[in-house]
Design a protein around this ligand. Structure first.
Ligand code: GCO
Length: 470
């Protein structure tokens, strides 16, 4: 294909957008919802920029009908959202709260009425605080609780949701939540971080089994990872080893047991000084290794690492990931580097080739497993004109480049079924609060008014045409 030909996507390609419960819903204390770890964390001074919280967020809980209208106006084929565990099962145990389930039922029904396929994620990081108080993800019981929660949601929505995802980015939940502590619950405990990773994996396996027991056979069940696209700083063997370590700790710690049924040996060796891994019981890896119907991949930017000459871990890849790595590398050997090139408002370098590489990696690693890009997008320093419209040509260029990169992977045989843009709306960007805007729809956080940006109009045209303009 030459540079100037339009890139045509298959007619059944799924064009979507993504959000997550804590980032958009608000209504934090309504309908029996109890605090999740993100409520506690955001209300702890110093944890989130500007003291921002998700108490109101985009007020999607009350405005979801308007948001569905927005989606319909864009011609979205699918909408990826997550369920707030503490809204449907407030203490993380026992019976469900019907008002919570009703909210998701109405949301899903509204989507279906407009011809938008709901893609449901069970866990996008908002653990009920009561379960954290009982030990959180480092406690094995949390995995069992998660399977029970999966059954509740599966029974309630299984008749109307076809695409189910257990977890979103367990990397962030485990490594940022319990390792570097930049995400809720803000713990900095190396062995707990590894235990959390294992119990998230185990909970995926248990929840997949639980879902299969209650969902119609046609339902698709999968998981979303954000595997690092790790690039060594130089050709040296030391830098290659640094890349191997970070790939093991960030990615293979999840993908190996889920996709292949065992933890990587090199990871166990690298982390031997902080744990003997006795928390992995006989049979756990087989439980984690459930057949899945698709794999979701989130991609924003690559990560560049080198061997740290003086033994110190330095730098930060923009996700706050350096801090946890030092505890688990046997000799503190990794340095993160800013990748070269232009960056988004997150400081993340823009490199669409990373998306092609990522898709090709998993195409080769799990041949035949359908893939989705479940998140991709950019935070931009948006400025509205007098009419309140944001002309975000930078975001358009980012998404265009990454869709072209995804298309390139498809030309090489990758079975990519769809693309979900992050995000539908500007929203609560975790530790950055409302300071970073990822939406294709602008949200005024004073009035909560929504205004589609130029990128939304552009995306709608791409969806309608089923192709990227040349
Ligand atoms: C993630 C989360 C999103 C973020 C987005 C931008 O993937 O990290 O799923 O909730 O907001 O990625 O950082």
């Amino acid at each position: 294909m030459t540079q100037n030909e339009p890139r045509v996507f298959p007619p059944d390609f799924v064009w979507g957008a993504a959000t997550a419960s804590y980032q958009i819903e608000g209504a934090a204390r309504e309908g029996g919802r109890t605090p999740s770890i993100w409520d506690t964390f955001s209300h702890t001074p110093g944890r989130v920029l500007g003291g921002d919280t998700g108490d109101v967020a985009c007020d999607h809980f009350h405005r979801f009908r308007d948001d569905i209208d927005l989606m319909a106006g864009l011609g979205l084929g699918a909408y990826r959202f997550s369920v707030s565990w503490s809204r449907v099962q407030p203490t993380g145990r026992g019976p469900a709260v019907q008002t919570g389930l009703d909210f998701y039922r109405e949301l899903v029904d509204g989507l279906l009425e407009r011809g938008i396929a709901p893609a449901l994620t069970l866990y996008h990081w908002d653990l009920p605080q009561e379960l954290e108080d009982a030990g959180g993800w480092p406690a094995r019981e949390t995995a069992e609780r998660f399977a029970e929660y999966a059954t509740i949601v599966g029974e309630a929505l299984g008749d109307r949701v076809a695409m189910w995802t257990t977890h979103n980015e367990p990397f962030c939940a485990a490594l940022l939540g319990y390792g570097s502590g930049v995400h809720a619950p803000g713990r900095t405990e190396p062995e707990s971080m590894l235990k959390a990773a294992h119990h998230l994996n185990l909970s995926h396996g248990l929840a997949t089994q639980a879902l299969r027991a209650v969902l119609p056979r046609s339902a698709q069940v999968g998981i979303t990872f954000n595997p690092g696209v790790i690039r060594p700083f130089s050709d040296s063997p030391e830098d290659a080893d640094a890349a191997r370590r970070i790939d093991a700790l960030h990615t293979r710690i999840f993908t190996d047991p889920v996709l292949h049924g065992s933890y990587p040996q090199d990871l166990r060796q690298d982390t031997a000084r902080v744990s003997d891994w006795s928390f992995v019981r006989d049979g756990d890896e087989a439980t984690i290794h459930q057949p899945i119907d698709f794999l979701g991949l989130n991609y924003y930017t690559p990560t560049v690492v080198s061997f740290a000459q003086d033994g110190a871990v330095k730098g930060n890849d923009g996700h706050g990931v350096s801090e946890h790595s030092q505890w688990v590398g046997s000799e503190d050997v990794v340095q993160f580097h800013p990748a070269p090139g232009e960056v988004t408002d997150m400081g993340w370098v823009i490199d669409p080739t990373g998306l092609t590489d990522l898709l090709l990696r998993f195409h080769r690693e799990v041949p035949g497993l359908p893939l989705y890009v479940t998140e991709n997008g950019a935070a931009c320093p948006d400025k509205a004109d007098d009419a309140g419209v944001v002309h975000d040509s930078d975001r358009i260029a980012y998404v265009h480049g990454h869709l072209a990169a995804a298309h390139k992977a498809m030309e090489q045989g990758v079975d990519l079924r769809g693309y979900f843009l992050w995000s539908l709306l500007d929203n609560f960007e975790w530790a950055y609060g409302y300071s970073k805007r990822f939406g294709m729809v602008h949200v005024d956080f004073e009035t909560l008014q929504r205004t589609p940006k130029a990128s939304a109009r552009w995306y709608a045209e791409v969806i309608a045409a089923g192709q990227l303009p040349a």
